[in-house]
Every structure is written in structure tokens, then in C-alpha cells.
Design a protein around this ligand. Structure first.
Ligand SMILES: C[S@@+](CC[C@H](N)C(=O)[O-])C[C@H]1O[C@@H](n2cnc3c(N)ncnc32)[C@H](O)[C@@H]1O
Length: 346
């Protein structure tokens, strides 16, 4: 891994238990019955249960099964659960872990951008809750073979769904400099996007990038040290978002949520960076405003898109105790909304 010493970054061999998780297919861990080997600590479980209110007679969609921690907690409350994940490894783990729940748990390998279609097939009468816990799991992040981590040596992959064609390696080695710069600027919110894109293009002309740590070192040489995070954090975030079309999928899933929810049903979304959170916040505002106003109108008009009531005026964040136990919870923001009686939907 790259570690900061003084002003610079230095390679330090990474060992299991110190970040990267070695062993298992595709760099992942073993998937045993009961879920052995899959590492992910779910964030804000108490808050998720508080807003979703799962109980017997309710059907909840967990659109991001991951390590299935939220899913298990929802099933334990007696609700029926429809679980999705686009990553077959996560899905296999969740299926093994949740098998004891029998028919109360149904799973589908799917992109949550297809939420409407999946819910239509499995719960045509609608559901009482939808949960989205965005991003990648710690297990995906720490599995070197998946290529998500700038601390673990691995191929420049970053696909959540290994059957998709686009990888980070293709973007880094084949996309034009302007496109690369745009991705780094828009999806990484990186101020040095131009210099980074230029450095990547110059370097790849001589030797293409194949490996995460190689790219991380190239970016670090441009950005320099000094921050709290690794200097390539924003570039890695940008590539991951571009490879997985994450923001497009989120927009589609949010649009589908009020359609699949029954009146009174709840939507809970947990985000981990500002781009995601902005999309969720703007969506909730657009779908909950009673009226719309424009300068050219004589006065405000009723909002025809109003379908939701926002339950969280401000994003809910994890408490200090949870952040202490699980540092990943530090950047988590939870927003929740309820479908209005008579709100547009199915
Ligand atoms: C943060 S983890 C979820 C953790 C989970 N809530 C738990 O309790 O362990 C996010 C998961 O969502 C999946 N995912 C991300 N985007 C997705 C999408 N567009 N469609 C389906 N699954 C997605 C990832 O593969 C990953 O397994």
C-alpha cells in the first residue's frame, strides 16, 4: 500500500487484516454458508430500522444487499425482503447468509436502475419500503482483484458487475485526454483534473496502466501529499463512478421508488459522497414540494410531481460511537421520505 511519510508517499507491503483482503476468487473472500469471509459492517442499522419500520406483513426491497447486514436486521423484524445486488459475489454471500429465512427472502442479481421491473415481477402489489445503501462494500473495496482500492495492488478493474465490459483500465488507457479530465473533474470533484489527465496520457504513451498502485503513484506525483486522504482518492472515486454509471443508476432507481412504493411506504437512502447526496436531496425536494414557482408565472402552481413527504429535514449522520467503531460511517448520510396517500405511482 501507499503510506504517507513526511511529505511523500511510499509503498508499504499490505497484509491481511491491515486493509487488503487476500484470497478467494477474483481477489474476493471465501463465501461460506453463514457468510464467512465477507467483510462489511453495515452503517446506521438502528436508524434504517427506525425509518423503514419493517415488521410482519410488510415487504421491503433492499436494493444494495452487499454484506446483507441491513437485510438480516430487516428480516429479523419479521418483514419479507426482496434483495438485489449487481455483484454476483455479494449476492451469493447474501443468499447463503439469509437462507435460514426461507421464503421471506427473495433475491435477484440486478442493477437497481431496474428496480421498477424487478419489483413489478416480485411484488406487483407494491412494497412498503425501499433501502439503498450506496457505493461499494468494504469487502469489494478491500479485495485486491476487484481493483477498487488504491491501497491494494490489483488490476484496474472497478466493475461491480464483472459481466459489464467497461473497466477502469479502458478509461485510463483509451479515453481521450478531454474525456478523462471531465470524468476526474465531474465525478471526483478534483481541482487538479487537467494536470492529472495530462500526466496519465503522457505516461500511458510509453507504458499503459495495468495496476491500481501504478495509477495511484502517478496521480500522487501530480497532486502531492498533505491531505488527510490519499492524493488519488478523488481520481479513484471518479473512475469507479464512471465504470459503473453510478449516478445514472441512482437517478433511475430514485425515479422508480415512488412508483413501486405503496402509499405510506418509505424510501431510505444512505450516501457516502456529496455527488450522490446532492442527487438524493434534489430528488426529494422536487418530489415533495407542494408548489412550483417560476418568474414568468403569475403565481405558484401545484407541483404535479409531488409524491413524497420528506422525513429527514437534514441528513441523519452516524453517532460518534458508531464512527469510532466503524470509520466508514463517518461520511454516511441518511435521507428518508414517505410516499403520500394518493401520490402518483402505479
Ligand atoms: C455499501 S454496500 C451495501 C451494504 C449492505 N447494506 C450491508 O448491510 O452489508 C453496496 C452494495 O450495493 C451494490 N450496488 C451498488 N450499486 C448498485 C446498483 N446500481 N445495483 C445493484 N447493486 C448495486 C454493491 O455491489 C454493493 O454490494
Amino acid at each position: 500500500m501507499l503510506r504517507r511519510f513526511g511529505d511523500g508517499w511510499t509503498f508499504v507491503p499490505t497484509v491481511p487484516g491491515l486493509g487488503c483482503f487476500f484470497g478467494g476468487a477474483a481477489g474476493g473472500g471465501s463465501i461460506g454458508a453463514g457468510g464467512g469471509g465477507y467483510r462489511h459492517v453495515p452503517v446506521m442499522v438502528r436508524e434504517v430500522l427506525e425509518y423503514l419500520e419493517p415488521r410482519e406483513g410488510k415487504t421491503i426491497v433492499d436494493a444494495t444487499l452487499g454484506g446483507a447486514g441491513h437485510a438480516a436486521a430487516i428480516l429479523d423484524e419479521g418483514a419479507r425482503l426482496i434483495g438485489l445486488d449487481r455483484d454476483p459475489e455479494a449476492l451469493a454471500h447474501a443468499e447463503a447468509l439469509l437462507a435460514p429465512h426461507g421464503e421471506a427472502f427473495v433475491s435477484r442479481r440486478a442493477n437497481f436502475s431496474d428496480l421498477a421491473e424487478v419489483a413489478w415481477e416480485l411484488a406487483p402489489e407494491g412494497v412498503e419500503g425501499v433501502l439503498m445503501d450506496l457505493g461499494v462494500s468494504s469487502h469489494q473495496l478491500d479485495s485486491p482483484g476487484r481493483g477498487f482500492s488504491l491501497r491494494c495492488g490489483g488490476p484496474l478493474d472497478m466493475r461491480m458487475d464483472p459481466d459489464e465490459e467497461l473497466t477502469a483500465e479502458v478509461i485510463v488507457n483509451e479515453w481521450e485526454e478531454g474525456e478523462l479530465e471531465r470524468v476526474i473533474r465531474e465525478f471526483g470533484e478534483e481541482r487538479r483534473s487537467k494536470a492529472i489527465a495530462r500526466a496519465i496520457v503522457r505516461r500511458r504513451a510509453g507504458k499503459p496502466f495495468r495496476e491500481t498502485l501504478d495509477l495511484a503513484a502517478c496521480v500522487a506525483a501530480v497532486v502531492g501529499g498533505g491531505g488527510r486522504h490519499h492524493p488519488a482518492t478523488r481520481v479513484f472515486q471518479a473512475l469507479r463512478i464512471a465504470v459503473n454509471l453510478e449516478l445514472e443508476a441512482l437517478e433511475r432507481a430514485l425515479a422508480a421508488a415512488p412508483v413501486v412504493l405503496k402509499p405510506g411506504g418509505r424510501l431510505v437512502v444512505i450516501t457516502f459522497h456529496s455527488l450522490e447526496d446532492r442527487i438524493v436531496k434534489q430528488f426529494l425536494r422536487r418530489r415533495s414540494a407542494a408548489e412550483l414557482d417560476r418568474p414568468e408565472w403569475p403565481g405558484p402552481r401545484p407541483n404535479p410531481e409531488r409524491t413524497l413527504r420528506v422525513l429527514t429535514r437534514r441528513p441523519v449522520v452516524a453517532g460518534a460511537g458508531e464512527v469510532g467503531r466503524n470509520p466508514r460511517a463517518r461520511s454516511a448520510k441518511l435521507r428518508a421520505a414517505e410516499k403520500l396517500e394518493g401520490g402518483a405511482g402505479r
